[in-house]
Design a protein around this ligand. Structure first.
Ligand SMILES: NC(=O)c1ccc[n+]([C@@H]2O[C@H](COP(=O)([O-])OP(=O)(O)OC[C@H]3O[C@@H](n4cnc5c(N)ncnc54)[C@H](OP(=O)(O)O)[C@@H]3O)[C@@H](O)[C@H]2O)c1
Length: 252
């Protein structure tokens, strides 16, 4: 594969301080992108920045559950790099909560970080001069949990299902602005989020989930390569789709 799939592209990656978002930032930078890396933890964002190839990258902190902070974020990002070719919204949280343990604050927190953020990122990105008018891309990180049920993750599942609806409708609305909108649905990927999930499972529950991944759990690179395809011109005719990257989990 050539190392220039994202040459001259400017990409904003949320959730870049950890896991999948960090590896997306790294792989995108190897492919020639300038990265604006977003997270809340400035120390971990600085580690991401240090690990990127090439030059001209930035790190910005933002709590994405707050729409007015998102507005400021896009102002700052535009000031640093100009028009943004691609936004990968990778930030998100997962809470393992049986139904009777779900509190209103849990629901608001999960939907704030996973869904409200996604809606207002799209709104801020669409504003004049903040996206590349000759072709831009918005990528959401959903989850197979959006379409495959598991116990004790109903709030998370609902939030990820919302991203499918959001991406399809936005794909229709933003096509005339030349912005493609797609959603990746990963299975379990070995990151901090997965470690936290595993720590809450019995051995039997762990084995059950493991066996549903026919070719094993994923690595962040597996999802990053899917995002790379959707961000690149190879996917110029792809919008409004959901791309399963799940080791076969959803095929059963
Ligand atoms: N790992 C999996 O098995 C898996 C499976 C399916 C889907 N996904 C999805 O893939 C995405 C990345 O997951 P991951 O495993 O890489 O998780 P992770 O390692 O826990 O990283 C989550 C990232 O999201 C950021 N974040 C969360 N809430 C935020 C907020 N309100 N404002 C700004 N940043 C926020 C965190 O930033 P700070 O730490 O700086 O606060 C962190 O960078 C998530 O959307 C997740 O739901 C993951």
């Amino acid at each position: 594969m050539s190392n220039s799939l994202l040459k001259n592209k400017k990409v904003l990656v949320t959730g870049a301080s950890s896991g999948i978002g960090r590896v997306i930032s790294q792989i995108f930078s190897v492919q020639g992108a300038r990265v604006v890396a977003i997270g809340r933890d400035s120390a971990r964002l600085a580690q991401t920045l240090d690990s990127l190839s090439g030059e001209g990258h930035y790190a910005l902190t933002c709590d994405l559950s707050n729409p007015s902070d998102i507005e400021k974020l896009f102002d700052d990002a535009f000031r640093f790099v100009g028009e943004i070719d691609c936004v990968v919204h990778c930030a998100g949280i997962q809470k393992t909560l049986p139904l009777q343990a779900v509190k209103e604050t849990d629901f608001d927190e999960v939907f704030g970080s996973n869904v409200k953020s996604a809606q207002f990122i799209a709104k801020s990105y669409r504003k004049k001069s903040r996206y590349n008018k000759s072709g831009s891309s918005l990528i959401y990180l959903g989850s197979v949990a959006a379409v495959c049920g598991e116990p004790a993750i109903s709030t998370y599942s609902a939030s990820k299902a919302a991203l499918i609806g959001l991406s399809r409708s936005l794909a229709s609305e933003l096509a005339r602005s030349n912005i493609r909108v797609n959603c990746i649905l990963p299975g379990v990927v070995l990151t901090e989020m997965a470690e936290k999930l595993f720590s809450q499972l019995t051995n039997q529950q762990y084995e059950l989930i493991k066996n549903k991944h026919m070719i094993g759990f994923g690595q962040p690179e597996d999802v990053a390569n899917a995002a790379l395809y959707l961000a690149s011109d190879l996917a110029r005719w792809v919008t409004g789709t959901t791309l399963y990257v799940d080791g076969g989990y959803s095929a059963q």
